[in-house]
Structure formats: structure tokens, C-alpha cells
Design a protein around this ligand. Structure first.
Ligand code: NAD
Length: 282
């Protein structure tokens, strides 16, 4: 299985982590992004993360050996060699649909196409291809290097063989799986994002400051990170996109995104990745 070449599309925070996880487990990785600068930043972030893991004696090989397994490309055609492609581009359904259609035309018919989507329907992405049985959701958690879970989402058409192959691959990454039916937000984000959204309503209603809300949930509910700091970490644009998918998918107003979240995204305050969200980052 280690001969398997893994394609990762999107060199943002999730794509970086996914590429690093597969390379650390010994796989050859093709890391693709339309933006060359995003790839360069991504490779630097991977080296930084590997160096930190090396310092803590958590790697069995030198950082350079692992990094050398990651081959950066801006052309989608580079992915033709991959036996599994994991898509991790921005959380936008039309963008992902277009990409899955293109990948379907490009990749050999046995190639499995996976999406790291946080909330979008795997069944719909699969239906945009001629291999719906070989399309699956592979939802890594952020930061990938530290988080042990990968949520596996079976679309209506995902075959048992595809599912078993992916579960086996995740084991090789030394991570655990949970399996979710294909419903908006799956398991983790169906529960997590409404909590974050409620924290934003709590802030916008002036009930407490951002610091107090996060402290309350850390000390009062044993959260390792407050919900607003976590939103900044995930990216406020991604949080908004997920709430919109939940609202549309369930047609239930309880999932309406807080207007403050919408306003922050409109202002370009996207959290850590833009330097400002609910908190400021240097
Ligand atoms: P990000 O904004 O950090 O990165 C997205 C990357 O995709 C960018 O580098 C962008 O240049 C690239 N991209 C956009 N269009 C592309 C295309 N057509 N071809 C190639 N590259 C393209 O986003 P992220 O936080 O890494 O999220 C990526 C995916 O992972 C989303 O679906 C998100 O919902 C999911 N996810 C995010 C988190 C999180 O905590 N941020 C956790 C789990 C899953």
C-alpha cells in the first residue's frame, strides 16, 4: 500500500496537514494548488510542523526525508499518477463540484476521489462523476498532525470496497475513524458549529466579552480551546460556509448564521489566517 501515491488538492491549512500526514506515513504525495504562493507557504508550514514534531522525538525519520516525499504542482494534470486524491480546497460547493468533474475526466477509473469537506454532500459530489462508488468523504481534523480522528462519510453510492480501502489507509496514518451517514455537517460539525455560532450570538448580544465567553467554556465546560478562539482557528469563512450548508440542508432556522459572523467575514476578518477574527494574531 505504501507504493500508493496520494494527491492532495489545496495547500491551505488542511491540505498542508493531510499531505504531511501521508508523507510521514511513507506515501508519495502530490500537493496541488492553483496558487503557487499557497504551495510555498504550505511547504514552509509543513517543515515548521515536522521540525516541532522532530524536537519532541515524535518522528522516526529526518524532516527532510519526509518533506522530499511531497511533490508540489500547480497543474491538475499532475494528479493523474495518484491512486487516491483528497480534495481540500475552500468550502464552496460549486468549486468542489467543478473540481470533481475535472478529476473524474483526468484520473484513471480505479482512482478514489475523496473530499475533506466539513459539511457538503458527498452524494452530490459523487453524482458529478462517472465513478460515484469510488467517491468518499475523508474529513480530517485541524491541526491534522495532532488530531487523531478522521471522519469517514459514505455517500449513498460509496461502495464497501472504497470504504474499506479508506479505513485501512487511515489506520496506516495512525489515526482513528468514525463513520457518518451523508447528512449536512456529518457528526462533528453538526454539533460543533452550532455551538460556535451560539457563542458568537452570546458575544453579539453583549452578554460577555470574547475573552469571558472563551474562559467560561474552558473552565466551565472543560473545553481545551474556547469556541471563539476555535472559530478563529478553523477560519471564519469556513465557519460561515458550514452554517450556510446546515441551514440550507436542514431548512431549519436554528442553523441561521449569526449576523456578526457574516459581518466579520465581509470585513475580511477570517481569524488566524488573516491575522484578525474574534482575537488579533501577530
Ligand atoms: P484554506 O482557505 O486554508 O485553503 C484552501 C486552499 O485551496 C487555498 O490554498 C486555495 O488556493 C486552494 N484552492 C482554491 N481553489 C482551488 C482549485 N480550484 N484548485 C486547487 N487549489 C484551490 O482552507 P482550509 O481551512 O484548508 O479548508 C479546506 C477544506 O477543508 C474545506 O473544505 C474545509 O471545510 C475543510 N476543513 C477545514 C477545517 C478547518 O479547521 N479549517 C477542518 C476540517 C476540514
Amino acid at each position: 500500500m505504501k507504493q500508493t501515491t496520494i494527491g492532495v488538492i489545496g495547500a491551505g491549512q488542511m491540505g498542508q496537514g493531510i499531505a504531511q500526514a501521508f508523507a510521514t506515513a511513507g506515501f508519495q504525495v502530490i500537493l496541488n494548488d492553483i496558487d503557487r504562493q499557497a504551495i510555498d507557504i504550505g511547504l514552509q508550514a509543513i517543515l515548521k510542523s515536522l521540525t516541532q514534531l522532530h524536537t519532541k522525538a515524535l518522528l522516526t525519520e529526518p524532516c527532510e526525508v519526509i518533506l522530499a516525499r511531497i511533490n508540489p504542482h500547480t497543474e491538475l494534470a499532475s494528479l493523474v499518477k495518484a491512486q487516491l486524491v483528497v480534495e481540500a480546497v475552500s468550502e464552496n460547493e460549486s468549486l468542489k463540484m467543478k473540481l470533481f468533474t475535472e478529476l473524474d475526466q483526468l484520473c484513471p477509473e480505479q482512482t478514489i476521489l475523496a473530499s475533506n469537506t466539513s459539511s457538503i454532500s458527498i452524494t452530490r459530489l459523487a453524482a458529478a462523476t462517472s465513478r460515484p462508488d469510488r467517491v468518499v468523504g475523508m474529513h480530517f481534523m485541524n491541526p491534522v498532525a495532532l488530531m487523531k480522528l478522521v471522519e469517514i462519510i459514505r455517500g449513498l453510492q460509496t461502495s464497501n470496497q472504497t470504504y474499506q480501502t479508506i479505513v485501512g489507509l487511515v489506520k496506516q496514518l495512525d489515526k482513528s475513524t468514525v463513520t457518518s451517514k451523508d447528512r449536512p455537517g456529518f457528526i462533528v460539525n453538526r454539533i460543533l458549529l452550532p455551538t460556535i455560532n451560539e457563542a458568537i450570538f452570546t458575544l453579539s448580544e453583549g452578554i460577555a466579552s470574547a475573552e469571558e465567553i472563551d474562559t467560561a467554556m474552558k473552565l466551565g465546560a472543560n473545553y481545551p480551546l474556547g469556541p471563539l478562539a476555535l472559530a478563529d482557528y478553523i477560519g471564519l469563512d469556513t465557519c460561515l460556509n458550514i452554517m450556510e450548508v446546515l441551514l440550507k440542508g436542514f431548512n431549519d432556522p436554528k442553523y441561521r448564521p449569526c449576523p456578526l459572523l457574516i459581518q466579520l467575514v465581509d470585513a475580511g476578518y477570517l481569524g488566524r489566517k488573516s491575522g484578525r477574527g474574534f482575537f488579533e494574531y501577530s
